[in-house]
Design a binder for this molecule. Sequence first.
Ligand code: SAM
Ligand code: SF4
Length: 325
Amino acid sequence: MQLIDRYHRKFEYLRLSITDECNFKCNYCLPDGYERTHQKQFLSQHEIGNLINAFAELGTTKVRITGGEPSLRRDFSKIISQIAETNAIQKVVTTTNGFNLSKHAVEWFDAGLKSINVSVDSLDANTFNLITGKNIFHKVMEGVDACVAAGFEQVKVNSVLMKGLNDHDLTTFLSWIKRNPIQLRFIELMRTEDNADFFNKYHLSGQAIKALLLKQQWLPKIRHVNDGPAEVFTHPDYLGEIGLIMPYSKDFCDNCNRLRVSAVGRLHLCLFGEEGVDLRHLLQKSSDKEQLKETILASLQEKKSSHFLDLGLSGGTPHLASIGG
Ligand code: SAM
Ligand code: SF4
């Protein structure tokens, strides 16, 4: 059994959210901070175990643990090792805002984390504070350094470039990766249900950044079938490389290779546009594994060819913290 949809896309990559909660107030995501509207019970280690076993038997080899802020969970290291020890899972990675990183990088590495994405929207401490609502730029950067020192296979830095807010940081970012072996990932600002006005004001086209890189002799890396939607660029004078995530570009969804499960156990076939399929009742007993696998396989056949964001749709996702960006 394999996770292949009607458009022949293969899904070996699962993004698992383990909490909605976050301690940052990124202006494009949770500008007013995380609001606990009701007491949510996030997936337990037991439920995560049953979920990952089923996905592993369906061909999943890579799991990204995300959120909200995944490191807010006290059992984060245990969740990493639990997933890393699952048969057939070759790679466990995470995306974090980095506030806890300098203290825990080695612990997470020892638990089995292979690579890490840290969100850093600016290399200027004031702009970082302005965007995230947290005046801890230097602490986050210490965390990035701690990851490089700990020996992660790959350390990536995610940055959402926005018009007039941090796009002037591009030159600083480029000089930074000249001597640092970091993959810098520029994520084009995505419109969600909650951020329409913000999006209209600050959205910067990824294609414009691509044109600029090509002008500066950055070279597109050859893509492999299951590489996912990022376009990666290298430059002979730079130790680091650049990944561009351009969800508004034509054909972006053709390379989709990921499925998502939210922190309350709903399967999301796309970051945008649907409410998700409840899997939680099938995560309670390991004896429900076959039914769980059949439900996942049947749901996958409903996956659409595209998110249709280019038609102005934002789907039903209030913000990316809600299902794990
Ligand atoms: N809290 C963690 C963090 O920020 O790294 C993990 C979750 S966060 C939702 C994952 C990634 O999604 C971050 O790199 C963040 O910058 C990005 N993101 C959130 N909202 C976005 C939006 N509307 N458009 C583009 N990227 C977004
Ligand atoms: Fe929190 Fe990440 Fe959203 Fe920023 S992008 S508010 S760190 S979940």
